[in-house]
Design a protein around this ligand. Sequence first.
Ligand SMILES: [Zn+2]
Length: 273
Amino acid sequence: MSNTIFNLSNVQNALVNSPTKGIKMLPLDVVVKVKASEWEQYLDRIQSLCSTKWNKCRKLCARELIYGETKKCHQAGFYISDRNVCLAQKDTKLYYCEATIFIKQYVNNPEVVLICMTNNHTNHVPDNTSEIRTLPLSSEAIKIIEDQLKGGSTYRNTRISMKNILYKFHSDENKSLDIWMHEKLPSQNYCIFTGNLSAYSNNAQNFAFGFPSPSQMMLMRIYQSFCLDTTYNISARNIEILYSLVTHHPDTGKGSPVAYMIINNHSISSINQ
Ligand SMILES: [Zn+2]
C-alpha cells in the first residue's frame, strides 16, 4: 500500500486512465489514502473525474473501525421497463454494474480514510457524454452556486457566472473558443468546421465555424432534405448569427438540428474550409 496521503489538488494522481478518453478510474484493489477531515470532498472529486456516482450500499461495523461503508456504482441494480418506449423518458440508468468501493477509517489511524475499488464496472463503461444528464455537478460547482445565491446574487447572474465557470476556458473569449473548437469538442468526437474568411474580409476578428455532434452526423447521413434556420441576438454582440441545419427526426417526426454554425461576417459567398 502506498504511503501517499492524497489531497484535493493531487487526488487525480491516485487514479488511472479508463478505456474512455478523458475519464479516470480508481485502480482496482489499490487502497487510496486521503485526509480524513475532507474525505467526502475527495470522493466528490473522484466521482467527477471518473464520471461515476457511488451510492451507499452497506455500513461496515467492526471494533477496529471508526467509520466504514461500501458503495455501489450508480449503474448497479436491474430494471426492465414493461411500458412502451416513451421518447421523452430518460434512458434507464441501471446496467447491473457490480463496481464496488469500500471506505474505511481505522481507530488506530483516525487521520486517514482509505478508499478502495474492490469490483470493477461490469456491463457499463463510465462515460460522461451519455451519462452527463444523470450525474450530479461537482462539489466545487455546487459550492460556487451556493455561495452566490447566499451572497444575494440573482438566479440569472448565478446562471451566467456558472456558464463562465463551466464553459469558458480562458479569460480571452477568442482563446476560450479555440480551446472549445480544438480540444473540448474534438475530444467528444464532434466534427469541427472552421471557415477561412480571409478572401472576404481583412478583419482578423471575423469568424465562421460549425460543429455537428456524432449523433447529429448520423442523422445527417440518413436524410437528404434540410432547412436552414437563423437565430439572431445569441450574444451581447448583435453581429453574431447562429445558423442551424434542421432535418426531420425519424422518431419524433419533428424538426431536429443536425449542425450549428456561428458567424459574425455578413458577406454573401460560399465558405471555404
Ligand atoms: Zn459501473
